[in-house]
Write a protein that binds this ligand. Structure first.
Ligand code: RRO
Length: 300
């Protein structure tokens, strides 16, 4: 019997498929649902210092090969988050995504949320928020400073979520590793736009958004491949994973775990079960005993 159990930075996941940040993961009921449907763990929507409503509608455009979103970091703020999770005991790893405008803001959030997070994912990569995300995370020096500041205040594992909107993602990953990150996740969305030909203006209220889904899969796969070749810490693959074949490609490219986001919106919660069963079948047919045995086999 092949095993999908995955141990990453001291946490045990029933399988390597996690619910990605930003999609169907604002409230505990959705995290619990994802786990029931087969996710091995969950990454929350990014949490900041103050509550934010997010941008006005429309915030999402559906395209033939994915979605462009500009939600605008809607979240209840750290105090609201603590109130929201009070009384829950989750039987799966809960990775809390946080965003800030400076190393100090990230560290503040990590300190406040360390009691409820099993690990943190640092959003260094939102493609369209003034003063946040990739405006910080495109520079290796900033990635280093933010990761270091968070590592200094929490004993919880820290994952740096990197932007693909850069000419060398490995440099960002190396900065995160040097600062003590326990893993990196790649990629966040690609900066993109959609235009209404009759209104003759951008469709999203924020105009610019982030592209996700099957159309970005080859780019995400290449980012994971580059990172896995350059880094010693684990790489978590995210970006357009929709089928078990996609998942196996990411594992072979060096991802130790995977996140699934847009596929949940496009195909429903069943994707977790379908993909994990597909990986298991592949391992058994190809004679592997564990998912860890195939991580990085295509790196050469
Ligand atoms: O909330 C968003 O609009 C958003 C975020 Br925080 C992010 O990291 N990536 C994205 O595509 N959208």
């Amino acid at each position: 019997m092949s095993s999908l159990n995955t141990i990453l930075f001291g946490l045990s996941f029933e399988n390597p498929l996690l619910l990605a940040s930003g999609v169907n993961d604002k409230v505990p009921e959705q995290w619990i649902r994802a786990h029931k449907e087969g996710a091995g763990g969950v990454v929350t929507k990014s949490i900041g210092i103050e509550p934010r409503k997010g941008y006005g509608n429309p915030t999402v455009v559906e395209l033939p090969y994915g979605l462009i979103n500009a939600m605008g970091l809607p979240n209840p703020g750290w105090k609201g988050f603590l109130e929201m999770v009070e009384g829950y005991a989750f039987d799966f790893p809960l990775i809390v995504s946080i965003f800030g405008g400076s190393p100090g803001e990230f560290a503040f959030l990590a300190e406040k949320l360390s009691g409820v997070a099993d690990a943190f994912e640092l959003n260094l990569s939102c493609p369209h928020a003034k003063g946040y995300g990739m405006e910080i995370g495109q520079r290796p020096e900033n990635v280093y400073e933010v990761v270091k500041a968070v590592k200094d205040v929490t004993g919880k594992p820290v994952i740096a979520k990197l932007t693909p909107n850069t000419n060398d993602i490995a440099k960002l990953g190396l900065a995160a590793e040097k600062a003590g990150a326990n893993a990196v996740s790649a990629i966040n969305t690609l900066k993109a736009i959609a235009i209404d030909v009759y209104a003759r203006m951008p469709i999203l209220s924020n105009k610019i958004g982030g592209y996700s889904g099957p159309g970005i899969k080859p780019i995400a796969l290449r980012a994971v491949y580059d990172l896995a070749r350059a880094l010693d810490i684990p790489v978590i693959g995210v970006g357009g994973i929709t089928t078990w074949q996609d998942a196996v490609e990411f594992l072979l490219a060096g991802a130790s775990a995977l996140q699934i986001g847009t596929a949940v919106s496009l195909r429903g919660w069943r994707v977790f079960r379908e993909i994990s069963e597909g990986i298991k079948r592949y391992l058994e047919e190809e004679g592997f005993l564990s998912v860890g045995e195939i991580v990085g086999l295509a790196l050469g």
